[in-house]
Design a protein around this ligand. Structure first.
Ligand code: 0PR
Length: 367
């Protein structure tokens, strides 16, 4: 029988996943049979998870933001309670909403998100039995503050801001959203699942140090170049993790805060290895490369007469018509469309200028 092989990355322009860093691959393989869900039995991977959380805290301004925050010298004791490595952005977002609901304790809870928010918040609302209030974005696809303020009330448990939106790569006005949330007694969660490893090299205000954000999603398995599954959830305060913890009577460890039980040690170990290899210089280099490429592609498309959205983080959105889009897919290009039907290219680490040049050549050919 023929051995199954994964897809090549050479025509993938739609994905937020990418080639893992070689060190991440290697670490994943070594830790394949470990379970950070049982830290007393799998102590080595538990220690690596504390390091992952500590590193993620550094990247997101958490250690600057809290006096009692992550301390690199005693990672297991100090850092671990503030977050964990999830199965991805979906779990992190669900858990952030769950923690907010359980800390807020209102009778009829709701959650307020801009329409640019990822569909994982629809899942969160559904599984947690919370009303989802989706509010319009402004003309540039960012959360509209007035609309958010109008949707929030005394039953709101959390207001979500997106820092690097899935469709357009936009960053919401996070400090202002946090103020709206806190005025209503609600928490503020930032979804930087995709943008978290790009934003440190921009001027955006998005993290724990820039605003009184309560929780944040940042996924090593997207721009962090870890293997799948490695997402990240962080809280400003230990109480966030405490809200998620359930008793685990027969384990050596007395409680567990993650949504899933058995978890991937491969994901955790690879996240640490990738961040050790790339933070900060490697991530900066990649951000600058992707930013240049995305702007170049946008210019090339505009010169061909396409309407192209302004590039903020490296995602390019253009009005490629449906028949051309389908023919590009027939030629093997993996591209996706926004909800309103525009073509979308995500410039991830595996996307090169040669690839984009070949894409443009096919596009010219098909017009
Ligand atoms: N938050 C944001 C801002 C996201 O973009 C995503 C995923 C999530 C949360 C959820 O993360 P997980 O998928 O890790 O649970 N955004 C992409 C999407 O759903 C994910 C993706 C990845 C899509 C690879 C395609 C693909 O090939 O569109």
């Amino acid at each position: 029988m023929q051995r199954a092989a994964p897809q090549e990355f050479d025509r993938v322009l739609s994905s937020m996943c990418t080639e893992p860093h070689p060190a991440a691959r290697d670490a994943a393989e070594r830790f394949l049979a470990t379970n950070p869900g049982d830290p007393a039995t799998y102590a080595e991977i538990a220690e690596l998870e504390a390091r992952a959380v500590s590193e993620l805290g550094r990247i997101t301004g958490l250690d600057e933001a809290t006096a009692t925050g992550v301390r690199a010298d005693r990672p297991t004791e100090a850092a671990a309670p503030y977050g964990y490595v999830t199965s991805g952005g979906t779990e992190a977002n669900i858990q952030a909403v769950r923690a907010a609901r359980d800390r807020r304790r209102v009778a009829d809870p709701n959650l307020v998100v801009p329409e640019s928010a990822h569909f994982s918040f629809n899942k969160a609302a559904d599984v947690l039995g919370i009303e989802l209030r989706t509010v319009p974005t402004d003309d540039d696809h960012r959360a509209d503050l007035d609309a958010v303020a109008a949707a929030v009330d005394d039953q709101t448990v959390v207001v979500v801001g997106v820092a690097g939106s899935t469709e357009y790569g936009r960053v919401d006005p996070i400090p202002e959203l946090a103020a709206v949330a806190h005025d209503a007694g609600a928490y503020c969660h930032v979804d930087a699942a995709w943008g978290g490893f790009l934003l440190p090299f921009t001027d955006h205000a998005w993290n724990f140090a820039h605003a009184p954000v309560d929780s944040l999603t940042i996924d090593p398995h997207k721009c962090g170049r870890a293997v799948i599954p490695a997402g990240g959830l962080l809280f400003r305060e230990r109480a966030g993790m405490n809200a998620l913890a359930v008793d685990t009577p027969y384990l050596e460890t007395p409680s567990q805060a993650s949504l899933t039980g058995t978890r991937s040690g491969a994901g955790v170990a690879s996240a640490v290895a990738a961040m050790d290899a790339l933070w900060p210089a490697g991530y900066r280099r990649e951000y600058e490369r992707a930013d240049r490429l995305a702007r170049w592609l946008a210019t090339e498309l505009r010169e061909r007469g396409y309407d192209v959205a302004d590039v903020e983080l490296p995602i390019v959105v253009a009005d490629v018509d449906a028949p051309t889009f389908e023919r590009l897919r027939d030629r093997g290009w993996r591209i996706s469309r926004t909800g309103s039907g525009l073509a979308r290219v995500v410039v991830m680490p595996h996307v090169t200028r040669e690839m984009l040049q070949a894409f443009l050549t096919d596009l010219d050919d098909l017009r």
